[in-house]
Design a protein around this ligand. Structure first.
Ligand SMILES: [Cu+2]
Length: 160
């Protein structure tokens, strides 16, 4: 009968723990210790960014991204042709946002814009959609303001 008053804080701690675990996992992929000194640092040569596999041939001109009740953007990663349009649609019954403005992020790494691109922040009420045309090529990372720490994140690669 008595509801746990700590339900929300512990949920938040849970996602922080997940984030920390992910950070630690990322640290684990660093340069291999014990490598001989004959090699000078070549570790930062191939950064796995969002552009992997997105080419002009595979890019789409119109993509719909669902914002779901399970705190996901589906698909989470979009390969778009420059001038193409993404339409976000809230297919659940919880309010979401699509946002790419670093100052609105809990973790600014979740907001990324190519040089010259303008950020956006639009709310998505249940059932609502919002369309945006992408004219600047590059890598974008965006998020949902209320669910950023639950991992509601998306990526867009725009190629010309
Ligand atoms: Cu959301």
């Amino acid at each position: 009968m008595t509801r746990l008053p700590f339900a929300r804080p512990s949920l938040l701690f849970g996602s922080v723990a997940v984030a920390v675990a992910l950070l630690m996992a990322a640290c684990g992929t660093g340069p291999i210790p014990g490598q001989s000194s004959s090699q000078t640092s070549t570790s930062t040569s191939s950064q796995t960014s969002t552009s992997g596999g997105c080419t002009a041939a595979s890019a789409k001109t119109a993509v719909t991204v669902d914002a779901t009740n399970s705190f996901k953007f589906v698909p989470a990663s979009v390969c778009l042709k420059v001038g193409g349009t993404i339409t976000w649609k809230n297919v659940g019954n919880l309010p979401h946002t699509t946002t790419d403005i670093a100052s609105l992020a809990a973790n600014s790494a979740n907001a990324e814009l190519p040089k010259g691109a303008v950020g956006w922040n639009h709310s998505l009420a249940p059932g609502a959609s919002y369309s945006l045309k992408f004219t600047v090529p590059g890598a974008y990372k965006y998020f949902c303001i209320p669910h950023e720490l639950l991992g509601m994140l998306g990526q867009i690669t725009v190629v010309s």
